[in-house]
Design a protein around this ligand. Structure first.
Ligand SMILES: *Cc1c(COP(=O)(O)O)cnc(C)c1O
Length: 390
C-alpha cells in the first residue's frame, strides 16, 4: 500500500490479490454474507478489532471486498481505501463524516454532487457553499469562516477547468480544513491528488476504474485516520458494494493503465485532428498547448485524459444534429468506458440549469462532450468527420 514501490501497472495487476486452496491466481468471489468462526473467542477477536477477519459483508469484512480495497488504496498510494456501491454513495459518506463544519465545492461538479450540496445536505443543517473557479477570492473568506472541507473536481465537467491541487491543499491546511479531490475524470493513472497534498480522493468507479460501463461503484482513498469515520458511516448507510461488483471492479482495475493510456493517446489525436476544423469553434482539451489550463495540467497530470469537449459553430440544434449523425460514438451520458460516448451537456449533465447559470459556468448549447474509448483513433476521427460534414 503506502510503502509499495512497484509501478502502477504492477500494482493494478497484483495488489490485493488473494489466492485460495485451489491456487486461484486472484481473489475468488465470496458472495457470502456472513462468516463462521471456530469459537466465540475467535469471533470476539474480530468483532472487537483485535484480529482482522471476515465477519459480515455489509461491514466490508469480506475477502473480496477487502482485497479490492487493498488494490484501490494502492492505486492512489493511500494508506487505506473504502469501496462503495456508487460514486454518490462514496460522496455522501465523505460529506457526513467530514463535512459537518461546512463544505465548500470549488468549480463545476457532477450534477448529483451539486444537488446533494445545494439541496439535501442543507436540510440536515450542514452549511455548503458552491464557488466557481473565477470566484476563488470567496474561497479564502469561507475558509476563514471555518468551513472544514474543501471539495473539488479537476479537470471539471464539461469545460475541463484545471485546479492546482497543491495550492488548494495549502489553502485548506492553513485553516485546518481538509481537501478532498474527486479524481474520477483524471483517474489515478493521470493524477495522484494525495501526492500533491490532498487529504482524501473520491472516485465514481462507475467510470474509468470500472471502465466497461457495466458496474456501478465508488471509492474513497486516504489516511487511515480520515478513513475510519467514513467507514462508520458506510457501515450504517449500507453502501458497501456487493462482492460480485467488487470482483468485477478488481478485474477491471488490472487493465486500468492500459486502457487509460490508450484513451489519453486517442483523445489527444482527436483533439489535434479537430482543433482547426472549419465547423468547430473550439476544442477544449488539457493536452492542447493553447488550452488555457494546459500549463497547470502539464504540471500536475501525467496524462491529459480521455475526456474532451468540442464546441461546434452554431447552436444547440447544430450540435444535436452532429451528435445524431454519429455512428460509432453512442449518444449517452457517463464516461470512462472502453466504448466512446458523446453527449451535449445541455441535454444531460447540465440540463437542469438555467441559461444564466450555464453561462456562469462557461457551458454552451453548442458543446459536445466526448468520452473517448479504446477503438482505433482513425475510426473515431472518421466518425466525427462525417458527422460534422454531414
Ligand atoms: C458519475 C460521477 C459521480 C457519481 O458517480 P455514480 O457512480 O454515478 O454515483 C461523481 N463524480 C463524478 C465526477 C462523476 O463523473
Amino acid at each position: 500500500m503506502g510503502t509499495d514501490n512497484r509501478g502502477l501497472s504492477t500494482r493494478c495487476v497484483h495488489a490485493g490479490e488473494g489466492s485460495d486452496a485451489h491456487g486461484s491466481p486472484h481473489t475468488p468471489t465470496y458472495t457470502t454474507t456472513t462468516f463462521a468462526f471456530p469459537s466465540t473467542a475467535a469471533l470476539l477477536d474480530v468483532v472487537e478489532g483485535r484480529a482482522a477477519g471476515s465477519l459480515y459483508t455489509r461491514y466490508g469484512f469480506n475477502p473480496t471486498v477487502q482485497n479490492l480495497e487493498v488494490k484501490l488504496a494502492s492505486l492512489e498510494n493511500a494508506e487505506a481505501a473504502l469501496a462503495f456501491s456508487s460514486g454518490m454513495g462514496a460522496e455522501m459518506a465523505l460529506f457526513l463524516a467530514h463535512g459537518r463544519r461546512g463544505i465548500i465545492c470549488l468549480g463545476d461538479a457532477y450534477g448529483g454532487t451539486l444537488e446533494l450540496l445545494s439541496q439535501q445536505l442543507p436540510q440536515l443543517g450542514i452549511r455548503t457553499a458552491l464557488v466557481l473557479g473565477h470566484e476563488s477570492a470567496r474561497l479564502s473568506e469561507l475558509l476563514d469562516d471555518g468551513y472544514g472541507l474543501l471539495f473539488a473536481e479537476t479537470p471539471t465537467n464539461p469545460v475541463l477547468e484545471v485546479f492546482d491541487i497543491k495550492v488548494l491543499a495549502d489553502a485548506a491546511h492553513a485553516r485546518r480544513a481538509l481537501l478532498a479531490v474527486d479524481n474520477t475524470f483524471a483517474s489515478p493513472v493521470n493524477q495522484q491528488p494525495l501526492a500533491l497534498g490532498a487529504d482524501l480522493v473520491v472516485h465514481s468507479a462507475t467510470k474509468y476504474l470500472g471502465g466497461h460501463s457495466d458496474i456501478t461503484a465508488g471509492a474513497i482513498m486516504g489516511g487511515q485516520e480520515l478513513i475510519a469515520p467514513i467507514f462508520a458511516w458506510r457501515k450504517n448507510l449500507g453502501t458497501t458494494p456487493a462482492p460480485e461488483t467488487c470482483a468485477l471492479l478488481a478485474r477491471s482495475l488490472r487493465t486500468l493503465v492500459l486502457r487509460v493510456r490508450q484513451q489519453n493517446e486517442t483523445a489527444q489525436r482527436i483533439a489535434e485532428a479537430f482543433a482547426h476544423h472549419p465547423r468547430i469553434r473550439r476544442v477544449l482539451y488539457p493536452g492542447l498547448p493553447d488550452f488555457p489550463f494546459h500549463g497547470k495540467a502539464a504540471q500536475q497530470m501525467a496524462g491529459f485524459g480521455g475526456m474532451l469537449t468540442i464546441e461546434v459553430e452554431g447552436d444547440a440544434a447544430t450540435a444535436a444534429a452532429v451528435v445524431d449523425r454519429l455512428r460509432l460514438f453512442a449518444i449517452a451520458p457517463s464516461l470512462g468506458g472502453v466504448e466512446s460516448l458523446a453527449t451535449q451537456p445541455v441535454t444531460t449533465t447540465h440540463h437542469g440549469l438555467s441559461d444564466d447559470e450555464r453561462a456562469r459556468r462557461g457551458i454552451t448549447g453548442a458543446m459536445i462532450r466526448l468520452s473517448v474509448g479504446i477503438e482505433d483513433a482513425r475510426d473515431l476521427i472518421a466518425d466525427l468527420r462525417q458527422a460534422l460534414d454531414g
